[in-house]
Design a binder for this molecule. Structure first.
Ligand SMILES: NC(=O)c1ccc[n+]([C@@H]2O[C@H](COP(=O)([O-])OP(=O)(O)OC[C@H]3O[C@@H](n4cnc5c(N)ncnc54)[C@H](OP(=O)(O)O)[C@@H]3O)[C@@H](O)[C@H]2O)c1
Length: 334
């Protein structure tokens, strides 16, 4: 029995390729005093990992060349010398892109797979769900009757944003890439409308947004930046809010993030707030409680793209950065 790991082999310039990763085998770690070993069942793949591959200052430490790629897993304790974590416990922990990892319990969350499925703790009842909850409630601050627009609407964060907005009595409008994602957002998630940004030119996108948002846009939850942000800025209402959550359209090419209509911020007195979910650790507990109840009751819906086996992680991650995932991207390891 060996531990398979994905290492960062090289830092990408532009698009990520499989050659930027290296897959190796090592011995399965043993628990030292006050430590435990976790066997990962699911690895979460998240857009933020692209930033960790760069040699740049950010809000979190970069991944090191030759080190295990950073990431969160949901798994089971298989060996323990820690008084609070026992063999058989299910946990969420940041042991990275590997099958077995060691932890001292710091930042570890115990999970109950009988309450919601284990994988959901990496999505709707995990960091992406909390990001949606915080960004919408704290920074979007929508009121009933307002129009909330969210990009990457079929994804892990966006799908939760629109559903939460609907429960607040808002008009929820998604933006997503392709007809099938848009159909899912409206028919399965219950958004009022969804605009397919791949259907035409930027002018078409702006016109489609105008017809999907007849009263303009009060809250934009931005997951992508770039040309989609530019189209949205044409339709923001006076005193509207933008929760700036992500800029995935420029993660491989920051030059793609140019803002064309900056004047809209002045004319419409738009309040823009960039945020990172870890800025608000005090809100995680209430957010996770609410999200857990909603998923448990079958009210908050989500979808997953599941790649199988650690070898598939680099390809699945590259697909995530290109919109090939449909819902929360996971790698199933058992
Ligand atoms: N601030 C925070 O604390 C925080 C926390 C978590 C996530 N985020 C950010 O939130 C965003 C969504 O994350 P997620 O985990 O929910 O991922 P996701 O939406 O499940 O997957 C990423 C999606 O981004 C879209 N996309 C990819 N390339 C694009 C492009 N060039 N232009 C427009 N859309 C593109 C694709 O959807 P389409 O096919 O619909 O385009 C893709 O499916 C990311 O920007 C991420 O960095 C921020």
């Amino acid at each position: 029995m060996k531990n398979k790991q994905v290492l960062l082999a090289a830092r990408p310039r532009g698009a990520v390729e499989e050659s930027h990763f290296r897959i190796v085998e090592s011995d399965i770690p043993k628990a030292g005093e006050d430590e435990f070993v976790v066997r990962a069942h699911y690895l979460s793949l998240d857009p933020y990992m692209r930033g960790r591959m760069d040699d740049a200052n950010s809000y979190a430490a970069k991944a090191e060349i030759g080190g295990v790629m950073v990431g969160t897993v949901a798994g089971e304790v298989i060996d323990s010398r820690h008084e609070k974590f026992k063999v058989g416990d299910f946990v969420e922990t940041r042991t990275g892109w590997q099958e077995y990892g060691i932890s001292n319990g710091g930042g570890v969350r115990k999970l109950d797979p009988d309450y919601v499925p284990l994988s959901a703790y990496l999505g709707a009842v995990g960091m992406p769900g909390v990001t949606a909850w915080i960004g919408l409630n704290e920074h979007g601050r929508p009121k009933a009757g307002e129009t909330v627009v969210v990009s990457a609407a079929s994804g892990a964060v966006g799908s939760a944003v629109g559903q939460l907005a609907k429960w607040k009595g808002c008009r929820a409008v998604g933006i997503a890439g392709g007809r099938s994602k848009c159909d899912y957002v409206v028919n399965d998630l219950g958004f009022d409308a969804c605009v397919d940004y791949k259907a035409g030119t930027p002018d078409n996108l702006s016109a489609a947004l105008a017809s999907a948002c007849p009263k303009g846009i009060d809250v934009y939850f931005d997951n992508v930046g770039g040309p989609i942000l530019n189209a949205v800025l044409d339709h923001m209402n006076a005193f509207s809010r933008i929760a700036l959550c992500g800029q995935i359209s420029g993660y491989n090419d920051p030059d793609a993030l140019t803002v064309r209509n900056f004047r809209s911020f002045l004319v419409n007195r738009i309040q823009l707030r960039g945020f990172i979910c870890s800025d608000h650790m005090d809100l995680w507990r209430p957010a996770l409680k609410e999200l857990g109840e909603l998923v448990h009751q079958g009210k908050l819906k989500y979808r997953e793209s599941i790649a199988v086996g650690l070898d598939s992680a680099p390809r699945a991650f590259i697909g995530l950065l290109n919109g090939q995932n449909f819902g929360k991207q996971l790698v199933k390891l058992i």
